[in-house]
Design a protein around this ligand. Sequence first.
Ligand code: IVH
Length: 680
Amino acid sequence: MPSRTADDISARRAAELRAALEHHNYRYFVLDDPQVPDAEYDRLLRELRDLESAHPSLVTADSPTQRVGGAAADEFAEARHRQPMLSLDNAFSEEDVTAFDRRVRERLGTDAAIDYSAEPKLDGLAISVIWEHGVFTRAATRGDGVTGEDVTANVRTIPSLPLRLRGAAPALLEARGEVFMPVAGFERLNREAAARGDKVFVNPRNAAAGSLRQLDPKVTASRPLDIYFYALGALEGAPLPQRHSEVLEMLRGLGLRVSPETRRVQGVAGCLAYYAALGARRAGLPHQIDGVVYKVDDLAAQRALGFVSRAPRWAVAHKFPADEALTVVREVGFQVGRTGALTPVARLEPVFVGGVTVSNATLHNIDEIERKGLRIGDTVVVRRAGDVIPEVARVLLDRRPADAREVRLPSDCPVCGSPVERDPEAAVARCTGGYRCSAQRKERLRHFAARRALDVEGLGERLVEQLVDADLVQTPADLFQLDRATLAGLDRMGEKSADNLLAALAKARETTLPRFLFALGIREVGEATAVALAAHFGDLAALMEADLGAVQQVPDVGPVVAARVVEYFADPAHRDMIMRLREAGVRWPASAPAVAESPPPLAGLTWVLTGSLASMDRGAAEDALRALGARVSGSVSKKTDFVVAGSDAGSKLRKAEELGVRVLDEPTLLRTLETKRPPD
Ligand code: IVH
């Protein structure tokens, strides 16, 4: 049949075009050595697209034309990892790296210098990508390490990701890598956003994360994302190489992009030389890195070393130091916090530091300004480490201009005009306006709604801002009086968001007494104290009537904290607010007050938690331990009974190992909390 022949010809041509496009992609993205001009590539792609639209039956899932497909989703599906996605232990100094290498050699029982694979630590998002019989089938974010989000449709749009592997493909390949946004692409994206009047991204990492978490793959496709692979998750139907460096070569051979900066080095000296060399070129790299990673190259040795908690013993991330930059202080403003505390903030000549443009830096408190001797007009060193708030690290006195001005603490609150009081004991100056001050009101509402307080989902900064500015909410009790029409009428809200917020408020009504106490935002009452107060008094009424002496009976509550608590509940405005919250249906399960006779199950045991936990917040875990009578400390000593090591655990874990303190993993901690018995 003639049409059959025509179809055959089309099918053959489509296959040819696909192979050619895959080949050019590989030359371009993996080898960085394009063979043909972009126009030729575009011509081939166009021809394939035309062919496929004339013969839709020729379209295959791995065709280079199929990068942006499918409709926008409502949410991401869950994706379970075949093997947990781990994190890395950090090293911050040469000593840390030396100690890491020593531990590796001790465990392997060798004196010889170890071969390491040294690689850039890419500052993006970890990703797991699967190809089955050479065809790209799934991409998932790390999530909690066990379950991530299925971002297949989005990762498919990344131009350098092969939809089909090159050469003889294994039955199954799961490769792990990092999705990132090159700096040039990030800057272009932000320029375009700024020109449109849209919000700009703070840094390439956030931009990459935001782009990957788009429900509509078309949006992701428009973002300049890239991907580098650095590890194997699973391999079936092909022999496993003997070295990590060979794994990287294998991945390159299959058409995956691997950082061109990876090197094999020998021993600590090789690692440190690599660190110094890459560090010197850091600013000139096309993408951001926040350190380097050293991995024991021999895979058999890796298996012998194994894992501790959620990080491998065979690898370490050697971080670059905090970024610093010079700039000039134009003005010093004062921010009013939840408890009225005035925080001085330096308004800076904008400067690019630690990967973002910084125009404000905290000065912590007024004493700090005196200690640093800072004046307006001074040239200062601004520091920004990781995601922490930028701060003024030091003042360069020899650059002080003649007209530099001293910083004065305002006598009235810059927001509400109430008098400012300076606590003679502490470094803090406070606005005395309380709920009358809109800045305090906003911060108190945000605190009340925070995840670890009443956890009102969706009540973010912008909404709180609007509610306060429109005078719709004075105290947290007013939140529960908001109606749908009012909410829906707010900026960027609409009926769906209004309903969501009302549902979130309804859910937040069911809480626990410790959370409620914490949410009130009583000065000096953090989560741990809230837990202790709740456990001791059992119910709110008893606590509200307690006098100074009674509150001081609570373990770990001293006279200062007790005074704050009594003072708080003595205020009729606070009592009224609490009553209104109760009337609005805020409630918690009743519990009996602690009985003094039988000691709590973990009494007398000192615990230290380090690293992050997968299943709960570290602070919450600490509170739970305290509630069982444990002492929780921030540092490891001979007196420590247990160290719980989460992921990213570092020096504390090492100290515990050195001192022979017992190290527990997360499941053991969870069992302890569940059974309320010390680990055996
Ligand atoms: S290896 C079992 N190599 O760093 C080890 N990770 O802190 C798994 N990262 O989640 C990680 N560059 O997102 C490895 N060359 C590299 C890396 C790298 C960046 C990220 C990765 C991981 C995090 C761990």
